[in-house]
Write a protein that binds this ligand. Structure first.
Ligand SMILES: [Mg+2]
Length: 239
């Protein structure tokens, strides 16, 4: 069985999971945008973000999270105000310590590509593409992907089949010759399997209960480290 593509989730997969204080990060935004009302604005933004993630989960990805701008508009932020851009920079910088790529990623991606296997990222995210690309560029892996799909640019999100289909179409591979690597049983593994891909699970993330379901989902393989993906792929290719 030829494996011709490996598609990766981003958070908790290419980037190891960190438990992050989301309110604190939004407070970083709010302290710049509106210092006199910072606590309340941070709470509104945090609550709004969580509501969007929950809605995506509850609709099986049929309604995606949308983009940060929608969240800001709901919270009454004027996104044309220069303070907003300064605040957004502060917010995204606050994430920096938590976005470093797994040190095993470069060798894995180079090995896969050396074998002629295409690579891609499919990430459920509200962040703009330019920020994701800057993070991947910072860590020297951006050039190691054939395709990147961020759901901040799509109406749907994982586990909806449409986003997996988009990636497969753009890689020009069939589902049965493609593997998905992810940390979420529902969004990643169930989503990939539902379109006919194989799913490799990395089980080290502390997924919020409101965004997780593992009922009846069995990954095709489970690895403890990102670097182990190569052996699984080689093993399947030899079958
Ligand atoms: Mg993830």
């Amino acid at each position: 069985m030829a494996i011709n593509a490996v598609v990766f989730d981003w958070g908790g997969t290419l980037t190891p999971w960190h438990n992050v204080d989301l309110h604190e990060l939004w407070l970083g935004y709010a302290n710049v945008y509106d210092p006199t009302n910072a606590q309340q604005l941070a709470e509104t933004l945090n609550h709004g973000e969580q509501a969007r993630w929950s809605r995506q989960f509850e609709t099986n990805g049929e309604i995606g999270t949308g983009v940060l701008d929608e969240l800001f508009h709901e919270a009454g932020v004027d996104t044309s105000d220069p303070r907003h851009f300064q605040a957004l920079d502060t917010y995204l910088s606050g994430w920096d310590p938590h976005t470093y790529t797994d040190p095993e990623a470069i060798e894995l991606l180079e090995e896969l590509r050396g074998r002629g296997i295409k690579t891609a990222v499919l990430s459920n995210t509200m962040w703009p593409r330019r920020h994701h690309e800057a993070v991947l560029e910072r860590d020297g892996v951006l050039h190691l992907f054939d395709y990147l799909l961020f759901t901040s640019e799509t109406a749907t999100g994982k586990p909806h089949k449409s986003v997996f289909a988009d990636v497969l179409y753009n890689l020009d591979v069939e589902p049965q010759e493609a593997v998905f690597v992810g940390d979420r049983l529902f969004d990643d593994i169930h989503g990939a399997q539902s379109i006919g891909m194989k799913g490799i699970w990395i089980p080290h993330s502390n997924i919020p209960a409101s965004q997780s379901s593992d009922l009846g989902i069995t990954p095709d393989a489970t690895v403890q480290r990102l670097g182990e993906v190569i052996n699984v792929v080689i093993g399947w290719s030899a079958q």
